[in-house]
Design a protein around this ligand. Structure first.
Ligand code: MEV
Length: 310
């Protein structure tokens, strides 16, 4: 690595449909957005993140990436446009950007290897994961996870009995407004909460399957550019996620308040706090409402690139 700095960046993501259910092998759709995580690395006498030494108890994603590459002591410097725990994939973005920077310092990187290693890191640190966040931050643009291969297949991943075919998703022109509740919520405990429910309840397992069905419907509506139907599907998905116990009063408040001015709205990502999205043709109005309800709005630009060198 020598004393040289190696820089990369990776985008944030929003899940349009299918979060949580995708952990069980169900389909899901997501897009990368115009908020980025930048990462620089250089060799150092001890490993650190933004000047704080790494220990066995902190910054587990960063430590796991360094361990995966058998990296010599490394100073990691990050700079992000979006907060961690915001439901926008900050742990996936830092993992993807760091793995690409480590590979770059040794030669070069390719998307599939970065996506695969990033999924392994996230699965290990989070306890249980799907490849949706890490594949979206790696590839950018849009991602569709399905159980069968199609001609837009990027790569396949598997873990225990679960298997995911990760595809490039063609995303129509549409406006998404993100509302950050201001409350950070780490993904691992929410995934574990859903697992406890699913392990003990046939009803919860049926909800997971219903989310998967709904995602397939939403993807067809997206392909037709039928935003009205897609919005309704997103709102129905939010209701099922609330039944699984991953919404929060703040998320429900922002979703309800934005619905009269949107095609549809839902939480995005793990939930429990974090962010919601509204699909709308009135972004200014929706941003104003999110602000008035105490949230932080951002109108997302989509069709952005994935991980890249900086
Ligand atoms: C988090 O952004 C998405 C979840 O489905 C977890 C995962 O897929 O790893 C909740």
């Amino acid at each position: 690595m020598s004393g040289r700095l190696w820089g990369t960046s990776a985008p944030a993501k929003v899940i349009l449909l299918g979060e949580h259910a995708v952990v069980y092998g169900q389909p899901a759709a997501s897009v990368a957005i115009d908020l980025r995580m930048r990462c620089r690395i250089r060799s150092a006498s001890i490993s650190s993140l933004n000047g704080m030494p790494l220990t066995a108890h902190n910054y587990s994603y960063v430590s796991a990436c360094l361990a995966k590459h058998n990296a010599c002591p490394t100073a990691v410097i990050t700079d992000s446009d979006f907060p961690s725990g915001s439901g926008l994939g900050s742990s996936a973005a830092v993992t993807v950007a760091l793995l690409a920077a480590l590979a770059r310092s040794k030669g070069n990187w390719d998307e599939e290897t970065v996506a695969r290693e990033a999924f392994e890191v996230e699965n290990e640190v989070q306890g249980r994961a799907s490849p949706i966040d890490t594949s979206t931050c790696t590839h950018g643009h849009g991602i569709l996870i399905a159980s069968e291969r199609s001609d837009r297949l990027l790569w396949e991943m598997s873990c225990d009995t679960r298997r995911w075919c990760v595809h490039d998703l063609k995303v129509p022109k549409m406006t998404l407004v993100i509302g950050f509740t201001g409350r950070s919520a780490p993904t691992g405990p929410l995934v574990a909460k859903v697992k406890r429910y699913v392990d003990h309840s046939t009803f919860a397992r049926e909800v997971i399957e219903d989310i998967g069905q709904m995602t397939l419907e939403g993807v067809k509506q997206m392909a037709k550019g039928d935003l009205e139907s897609l919005g309704r599907t997103m709102t129905r998905d939010h209701k099922l996620l609330a039944i699984l116990g991953v919404s929060s009063p703040e998320l429900d408040k922002l979703v309800s308040a934005t619905l009269p001015h949107s095609y549809g709205a839902k939480l995005t990502g793990a939930g429990g706090g974090g962010s919601m999205i509204a699909l709308t043709d009135r972004p200014e109005k929706v941003m104003e409402i999110i602000r008035s309800k105490g949230g932080k709005p951002h109108t997302a630009v989509t069709d952005v690139p994935g991980v890249k060198n900086e």
